[in-house]
Design a protein around this ligand. Structure first.
Ligand code: BDR
Ligand code: CA
Length: 317
């Protein structure tokens, strides 16, 4: 089985990503590490447990990670994901935080990978703070990973949080910098623009959520707010040019599970801008190789949408 660690800031699309991973019979989720991000860490922890409960998988270890970015001011995406990060549809019987593991996220990542050297794929769909701390604690940690998949960054200086910056990178630019420069394992990047260009048609989304299962009902409840927001003309203009819905994190999880989903990509060295007044948090692609970096990331451009749709359908069965 493919061994995954998911680093999340659950979030509606994080939730969908977790569900895709849990539904795949070829995948073993060794742990879920939580970060600040879409919503404060305490909500992220609760939301993650709620998703596991919806999947009947409260056996998966969940770890508390960083509450704050390294230097940046704390951000959240409550406008999109809801004040609680999960669509503002509270569950009175939500699992308690006593179910969390005692170990902290960064240490858990290091230990899990030490127990399975060369076998673990890390999927990072949140601000990269936990990953940055892990490499500070254990500098050789990245060399023991099988691969790293990141949802984050932008490839055409088109932002969703600042004019040029994507949320996960803008929410902790220093962490993104540490990760892009110190993780030398095979690295795949699902950027913001990539998710926009590979969006899901609305009629497919409706069909997906209309499945008569408890998981589909859960997903429909939690995604109502963000899907309404995403359907607004203003948002469509900013993102998908009217094409549909981009459940960002789900793409990164899906390609981490099955990289043959990728139909178009290129290898480029990348870093992140830390200084710019307008560009702080923007991913920089070094096509001219001026940075003299030996490590290049795989920038994903296109995926097989039909196979991706099938994974989404399976995840809610
Ligand atoms: C990213 O930011 C968050 O809102 C989503 O969960 C995703 O990880 C998209 O920019
Ligand atoms: Ca996320």
């Amino acid at each position: 089985k493919k061994k995954l660690i998911l680093d999340v800031d659950t979030g509606v699309d994080d939730a969908q990503g977790i569900m895709v991973a849990l539904a795949d019979p070829g995948v073993e989720v060794l742990g879920i590490t939580c970060s600040h991000g879409n919503t404060p860490l305490e909500n992220v922890l609760k939301n993650t447990l709620r998703v596991l409960k919806a999947c009947n998988r409260l056996d998966i270890p969940v770890y508390r990670g960083c509450k704050l970015p390294i230097l940046a001011d704390k951000l959240n995406a409550g406008d999109y994901h809801g004040k609680d990060g999960l669509g503002e549809v509270p569950d009175p019987d939500a699992p308690g935080l006593d179910l969390l593991q005692k170990k902290k996220a960064a240490q858990a990542m290091i230990d899990i990978v030490n127990e399975n050297p060369g076998e673990v794929t890390l999927v990072a769909v949140a601000p990269l703070t936990n990953l940055a701390v892990a490499v500070q604690l254990a500098p050789n940690f990245p060399s023991k990973l099988k691969a790293l998949y990141i949802m984050g960054g932008n490839i055409e200086s088109r932002g969703n949080t600042t004019s040029c910056g994507e949320f996960n990178f803008v929410a902790d630019p220093e962490a993104a910098h540490i990760v892009l420069n110190r993780y030398t394992c095979p690295t795949y990047i699902a950027s913001w623009e990539f998710t926009c260009r590979n969006s899901l048609p609305w009629d497919f989304c409706n069909k997906l959520l209309a499945q008569k299962t408890e998981k589909a009902a859960f997903m429909k409840r939690i995604s109502k707010l963000s899907m309404t927001k995403a359907q607004s003309q203003e948002y469509q203009k900013e993102t998908t040019e009217g094409n549909g819905f981009n459940s960002c994190d789900t793409y990164a999880v899906a390609v981490a599970i099955n990289d043959s989903l990728i139909t178009k990509s290129e290898q480029v060295a990348v870093t992140v801008e830390l200084q710019g007044k307008y560009t702080r948090g923007m991913m920089v692609l070094d096509y001219m190789e001026l940075l003299k970096k030996t490590h290049k990331a795989v920038i994903i451009h296109k995926i097989d949408l039909e196979k991706f749709k099938q994974m989404l359908i399976n995840s809610l069965m």
